[in-house]
Design a binder for this molecule. Structure first.
Ligand code: ADP
Length: 427
């Protein structure tokens, strides 16, 4: 998996999603990622005396996911929509890559900025390809260029090329959401606005889409403004989180770890909730902790060797793990398995949950609890076992000083490639 370290988050001029032909002179420069700067951005609706958003100052770095989170009605959506002028600023300004949105033509601005919403908003009577090509068509791209870009985008968001000619209703909710993302990326926008993009999707599919989106972001490195009311989603998706109170007042703007470890005030503390320790697990991956070693056994091996290993005082897992020639776990060996002279080819006890080094720790804990299992083998990309994760390791970790310092950027937290492709295959 591509790793993007904090502080190295590139502005990378000229970075492109795939090979997009050079834009026409009449279009704005595309590609790359631009910073977004709210400067006293204020919105007063109609005659209301109280502003919906009151002098918002916020700096979003290029290539980062900034999550706006807060209670309903606090001004998240208004703040986001002022960026592409779906909602006009009453006062103040917003700069995209240093340029004022006020000085741009509204409709053009909206075409240039990717926008993803909860209900996806695909046109039901247009094919997937036509949906993705909406903005390129408006911009008058030629047919060949549109076709090329569409297939590139389908590939980018992990959809089969055959889906291009289907209609939205023929796709699952998750697939439709991916089309929505592809459409938003069509003109390689410098900024993407995502308004509760996964809100309407059931929790399991949502987790998949979130992970998938983070993987995609590792490649495209767009500047993303992401609105949600769900703090867990904010912690998972955000490089930086702005916790908002009424009138768009930012109570804290910081990385997820900072917000969890050092909430700025009572409001943030309440909003983040009592189970902060548990939430910290969202910032960690399984490969980040010292895993236990289980005695490994291969079919045909003398069981005396395995039993001797199990009797060793340093052994942390009281069971031996049956593995194949390439160290891929096959199952847990029971006393009965080890009663014979040689290790059998199949294990008596099922494997239970299997984890990967790239799994988010919080998901790993959920897998262990769901599998009613105290231990789970952890495998690397090749499927070879690298160690054992136990509920005890997680609870020790939570009590450790390490738990308070470790941090990864959002794109470094998702599941790894193998798990992703498995997820896709499941859909
Ligand atoms: P959030 O996205 O955090 O739920 P909104 O930005 O939608 O908050 O709303 C902020 C405030 O502005 C709320 O008090 C809401 O009632 C008000 N508001 C939003 N849209 C309009 C509108 N079109 N006309 C009048 N008031 C609005």
């Amino acid at each position: 998996m591509d790793k993007i370290k904090k502080g190295m988050n590139p502005t990378r001029p000229g970075y492109k999603v795939g090979s997009v032909p050079a834009p026409e002179a009449s279009e704005q420069p595309q590609g790359g990622a631009s910073s977004v700067s709210f400067q006293g951005a204020t919105k007063r609706y109609g005659n209301s005396t109280e502003p919906a958003v009151d002098h918002l100052d916020l700096e979003v770095e290029a290539g980062e996911i900034c999550v706006l989170v807060g209670p309903s009605g606090c001004g998240k959506t208004t703040s986001m929509r002022m960026v592409n002028r779906m909602i006009e600023l009453t006062e103040g300004d917003i700069l995209i890559g240093g340029e004022s949105v006020r000085r741009k033509d509204g409709p053009r601005l909206r075409r240039e900025i990717g926008y993803v919403i909860q209900q996806v908003g695909l046109f039901p009577h247009r094919t997937i390809a036509q949906n993705i090509a909406t903005v390129p068509q408006l911009l008058g791209w030629d047919r060949g260029r549109i076709r090329e870009r569409t297939s590139e985008l389908l590939d980018l968001v992990g959809l089969e090329p055959e889906l291009a000619d289907r209609y939205p209703v023929q796709l699952s909710g998750g697939q439709q959401q991916r089309v929505g993302v592809a459409r938003a990326l069509a003109v390689d926008p410098p900024v993407m606005l995502m308004d509760e993009p996964f809100g309407a999707i059931d929790p399991i599919a949502r987790e998949r889409l979130q992970n998938e989106f983070l993987r995609l972001q590792a490649n495209i490195q767009k500047t993303i403004l992401f609105v949600t009311h769900d703090i867990d989603e904010a912690i998972k998706m955000g490089d930086r989180i702005a916790i908002m109170k009424q009138h768009g007042r930012v109570e804290q703007y910081a990385t997820p770890a900072e917000i969890l470890m050092a909430p700025a005030n009572e409001f943030v503390e309440d909003f983040v909730g009592a189970d902060r320790a548990l939430k910290r697990l969202s910032l960690m991956r399984v490969g980040d902790v010292n895993l236990w070693k289980a005695p490994l056994a291969r079919p045909g091996q003398p069981t005396a060797e395995v039993r001797a290993e199990l009797d060793h005082p340093d052994v942390e897992v009281p069971y031996a793990l049956l593995v194949d020639q390439r160290h891929r776990p096959l199952g847990w060996l029971t006393q009965r398995d080890l009663a014979a002279d040689t290790v059998p080819a199949t294990a008596d006890a099922p494997l239970g949950p299997m984890l990967e080094t790239g799994d988010v720790m919080r998901d790993a804990l959920a897998d262990l609890l769901q599998g009613e299992s105290m231990y789970a083998p952890v495998v690397d990309h090749s499927g070879a076992v690298t160690g054992i994760l136990s509920v005890e390791i997680i609870s020790d970790f939570l009590a450790s000083p390490e738990a308070k310092t470790d941090e990864h950027s959002a794109v470094d937290r998702p599941l790894d490639a193998d798990r992703e492709s498995q997820i896709r295959a499941d859909e």
